[in-house]
Design a protein. Structure first.
Lengths: 112, 112
């Protein structure tokens, strides 16, 4: 069965530092992979997605992620953290039976 | 477009009561789904539907029923509420290729 593992339920970075949120997936078919962001008391918003083609995908707010098939990873990065990036981030995979499965989430804290 | 709408925003139930969480979308999406979000558990798929008249179970379907009589609406029914169903519930609809999900604002349910 498809699954998603996010390493670290909480990650803290200083403002201006690199953001790295880790996601590993398991999938028996070529996956569709997603990162969503959730700001406090809001629903989820798509940050970026990988479906086919270029393995480095760029999203909104300066985030990007790289699909690495050999490592079954889809880590999210941003070169320079901003206070407004504080939120919870979810990695997700579309399974072969059309379910979209989410990881447990990583809460990103930005230190001034 | 209103996107995905959910009602109510907040609800308190007593154990054993029943209720229906409403979800509607105006994007003509065939795929709709219900998730529950609990601290440390991420989003877990309850039920999903690939079109009117077709529903299927997700990861945590017990205690919940769904039906899909129209493309627009996908209500979630709790037949006999239990404290374990205290959660935030999100409805989502997806583009035809399942490459982006649109989430509603959520319903915060408390069962006492």
């Amino acid at each position: 069965a498809q699954s998603v593992t996010q390493l670290g339920s909480h990650v803290s970075v200083s403002e201006g530092a690199l953001v790295l949120l880790r996601c590993n997936y398991s999938s028996s078919v070529p996956p569709y992979l997603f990162w969503y962001v959730q700001y406090p008391n809001q629903g989820l918003q798509l940050l970026l997605k990988y479906t086919t083609g270029a393995t480095l995908v760029k999203g909104i707010n300066g985030f990007e992620a790289e699909f690495k098939k050999s490592e079954t990873s889809f880590h999210l990065t941003k070169p320079s953290a901003h206070m407004s990036d504080a939120a919870e981030y979810f990695c997700a995979v579309r399974s072969r039976d059309d379910k979209i499965i989410f990881g447990k989430g990583t809460r990103l804290h930005i230190l001034p | 477009n209103a996107g995905v709408t959910q009602t109510p925003k907040f609800q308190v139930l007593k154990t054993g009561q029943s209720m229906t969480l409403q979800c509607a979308q105006d994007m003509n999406h065939e795929y709709m789904s219900w998730y529950r979000q609990d601290p440390g558990m991420g989003l877990r798929l309850i039920h999903y539907s690939v079109g009117a008249g077709i529903t299927d179970q997700g990861e945590v379907p017990n205690g919940y029923n769904v039906s899909r009589s129209t493309t627009e609406d996908f209500p979630l029914r709790l037949l006999s509420a239990a404290p374990s169903q205290t959660s935030v519930y999100f409805c989502a609809s997806s583009t035809p290729w399942r490459d982006e999900q649109y989430f509603g604002p959520g319903t915060r349910l408390t069962v006492t």
